[in-house]
Design a protein around this ligand. Structure first.
Ligand code: CP3
Length: 355
């Protein structure tokens, strides 16, 4: 199969750290590293709208490579969005400038769930697979390529709220008002995610990250019922299906942003994920104690990138040294913000690599 005859990987620090092996230098990548803080991305966006970049493999590939060309990063992440799944399920998703994603016809009540379809991921989301395969070739083995998805609860939040929200009140209300239907919706999304991630690995993704960006809104009880079982099932099923297909397993990363320390610990105890991402509110020492055997990814505050270059460098070094060259992947504690100085990105990477 020509398609899977990929170039040999030259920098495997990220994959080694994900597997818990010791590395020569701490690997670093940045969530949203292909994004608006890059002038070349903003330039590209004047010519193409957001979802056409996602849907056109050559465009997605070009944008994915932008930060790799500029910086000494140890991993790339395919350019896409978590909301391509609700789109494939039949919902309209618009990316509005200055607002973010908007779903004009959200799922307001359980009755609206009949409007959702279970997509054929190979067909309806095949463009993501093609973008991954093309990007693997164009990377020429420079760094590994990460694929990703939104987690079920996070996607359910957007589908019910119709966009971002500071409270997720409607989505959270569902969990109390319609517990059974909530579980049904989460299960439907979970089944799609499993097929979607398997497709990404088949296409050449070398690690898979599951963004549970809305873990913030869940207390331990809600996390236990509405997030954890689905996160666990996703990883277990993806591994099982890859085994069945004879495709090598890839490291699985969960990023439950804003999850409590209890919830993080319970997630680590399942041993479902090779890597757990933490945001900047978690102390490195607590992460080490509570997530003992799992590789940790994170967690500098994206706003710390607005300090001076020297301070960014020192902070990155300090965080990295609180972990070690084993079981740690450096990143920010959430996506990089659109007006972050380029010099801060360089200082962050240098700081990590020097520690
Ligand atoms: O990390 C990367 O470089 C890969 C690309 C990537 C994007 N979105 C591109 C994007 C990834 C991994 C995502 C994931 C994503 N998308 C998440 C999970 C991570 C997180 O932030 O918690 C979420 C919640 C979304 C949904 C989403 N997409 C939001 C809330 C927004 C608007 C926020 C904003 O910055 O405007 C988007 C838009 C989006 N996704 C942009 C990019 C580069 C900016 C839109 C633009 O170019 O106009």
């Amino acid at each position: 199969m020509m398609k899977h005859d990929f170039p040999v990987l030259k920098n495997d620090r990220f994959l080694k750290a994900a597997r818990g092996e010791e590395v020569d230098k701490i690997p670093v990548w940045i969530m949203r590293q292909a994004g608006r803080y890059l002038p070349e991305f903003r330039e590209f966006r004047t010519k193409h709208d957001f979802f056409s970049i996602c849907q056109t493999p050559q465009y997605a590939c070009e944008v994915t490579l932008q930060p790799i060309k500029r910086f000494d990063l140890d991993a790339s992440i395919i350019f896409s969005d978590i909301l391509v799944i609700p789109q494939a399920m039949g919902l309209t998703v618009e990316m509005r400038p200055g607002v973010g994603p908007v779903l004009p016809e959200p799922i307001a009540t359980p009755g609206d769930m009949s409007r959702l379809k279970k997509p054929d991921v190979e067909k309806d989301l095949g463009y993501v697979g093609e973008a991954i395969t093309l990007t693997r070739h164009k990377l020429e083995g420079k760094v590994p390529l990460i694929g990703f998805t939104g987690a079920p609860w996070t996607l359910m939040g957007y589908m019910i709220q119709g966009g971002g929200s500071s409270t997720m009140a409607q989505a959270r209300s569902w969990l109390y008002k319609y517990p059974q239907e909530s579980l049904e919706l989460l299960q439907l999304i979970t089944d799609i995610i499993i097929d979607y991630l398997v497709m990404q690995a088949k296409s050449g993704a070398q690690a898979l990250q599951v963004f549970e960006s809305h873990a913030d809104y869940l207390n331990d009880e809600l996390f236990d019922i509405y997030s954890l079982p689905f996160l666990k099932k996703i990883s277990e099923q993806v591994k099982l299906k890859l085994d069945e297909l004879g495709i090598p397993r890839v490291p699985m990363i969960a990023f439950p942003k804003g999850a409590t320390l209890n919830s993080l610990e319970r997630l680590a105890k399942t041993e479902a994920y090779d890597v757990i991402g933490i945001d900047w509110t978690v102390e490195p020492s607590d992460a080490r104690t509570h997530l003992a055997k799992t590789t940790v990814q994170g967690n500098m505050d994206p706003c710390a990138m607005y300090a001076s270059e020297e301070q960014v460098y020192e902070r990155a070094r300090k965080i990295a040294s609180q972990f070690s060259k084993k079981g740690y992947i450096a990143n920010l504690g959430h996506g990089i913000l659109p007006d972050t100085p380029i010099a801060s990105v360089e200082a962050f990477i240098r700081g990590v690599h020097s520690s």
